[in-house]
Every structure is written in structure tokens, then in C-alpha cells.
Design a protein around this ligand. Structure first.
Ligand SMILES: [Zn+2]
Length: 188
């Protein structure tokens, strides 16, 4: 009983997942990033816990790679990246764009995700951003962007409502502002 939704560029939606369900996120044309957030997501702890698992000592990761998880503040894995069909990396550093970046002319991912998840903007966690490359100077670049039909699959490790935003940016993040397909799939 899947759900299949096209998330138009600049729009956001929440998806309810039960434990074991999977979420496939596809960039239909490439060159478009997707921000993800859920209540209690802890971006910092996700950098730390994935780093410890990868390197066996305290070293932070800056991207979400295959088999890594997104954690809540108690250190519980909530979503795991189980398929990664793209050369583009997935950023675990930036918090998501905001309306002030657009001088109030557009809502940013954070504004839209707060609304979709019914969390106050002040309490919204930072996001993780699929298909977005941040270089070693921690600058956002569009050099390693996603290709048409690139996709990722995440598995829910517990029941969770996930907010996804097809980022509205037309300058920094998205060299080809375009739509995203989101499918909620059953367990494997
Ligand atoms: Zn954004």
C-alpha cells in the first residue's frame, strides 16, 4: 500500500511511516536538493554516532552515506539510508534554508518543514539535505549535483513522521530547480 507523491519544487509535505516502511526519494530531473527533518532529529549526534561507527574513534562525519542512520537525541536510530543511487553526497552540516535568506519573498525549507511537521520554527531541528555537496571549506557548491532519476531509499527504524522539502532555492542549492518524487514503500 504505497503512497506515491510528486513534490513540486518549492513545496513540502509530511509522510507518516511505520517501523520497517521505506521511503524512496527521486530527483526527477536532477539538480534539485531535498531537505529532510523529523521531530527530535539530532543532526549533531548523527554526525558523531556515524563517525564512531565508521572510524572506531571520535571523528565526525559530514555526510550521510550508505548504511548510516539519522538519530534522535537519545541516540536511537530513526531512519537508515539503505540504498544510495547517486554520486551526489547528502549533507549533515547545514540547517536548511530560511525565509530571511530570500528576504521574506519565499518561505525556506525550515519555515515549510516547521509548518508541515507542526513544530515551532524555534524548536525545529536542523535538517539533512539529500543531493547537496559541501566542500572542505564548509561552503555549499553545486559541483557534485544529482543526475536525472537519482534516488535514495531510507528505512524507518520506528514509527516516525518525516517532513520533506523540495528546496525552493534557485541560486545556491539547485542548479536545475525541479520536482521530486516520494514513494512510501512497504517493508523489504
Ligand atoms: Zn532549502
Amino acid at each position: 500500500m504505497g503512497e506515491d507523491v510528486v513534490l513540486a519544487h518549492g513545496t513540502t509535505r509530511a509522510f507518516k511511516l511505520t517501523k520497517g516502511q521505506r521511503l524512496r526519494i527521486t530527483t526527477l530531473e536532477g539538480g534539485q536538493v531535498v531537505d529532510l527533518c523529523f521531530k527530535d532529529f539530532n543532526q549533531s549526534l548523527s554526525r558523531d554516532l556515524n563517525g564512531i561507527q565508521r572510524f572506531d574513534f571520535p571523528k565526525l562525519v559530514s555526510t550521510l552515506d550508505l548504511d548510516m542512520a539519522l538519530y534522535d537525541g537519545a541516540g536511537e536510530a530513526v531512519l537508515t539510508l539503505i540504498e544510495n543511487h547517486t554520486e551526489a553526497p547528502h549533507d549533515l552540516l547545514f540547517p536548511g534554508c530560511r525565509s530571511d535568506i530570500y528576504e521574506g519573498e519565499l518561505d525556506g525549507c525550515r519555515d515549510m518543514l516547521a509548518s508541515a511537521l507542526d513544530i515551532s520554527l524555534a524548536s525545529l531541528p536542523p535538517t539533512t539535505t539529500f543531493f547537496m555537496f559541501v566542500d572542505e571549506d564548509m561552503a555549499l557548491t553545486i559541483h557534485k549535483t544529482a543526475e536525472k532519476d537519482d534516488y535514495v531509499v531510507l528505512r524507518a527504524e520506528r514509527d516516525v513522521t518525516v517532513g520533506l522539502s523540495a528546496c525552493p532555492d534557485r541560486h545556491w542549492c539547485n542548479p536545475n530547480p525541479s520536482d521530486i518524487k516520494v514513494e512510501v514503500l512497504g517493508p523489504e
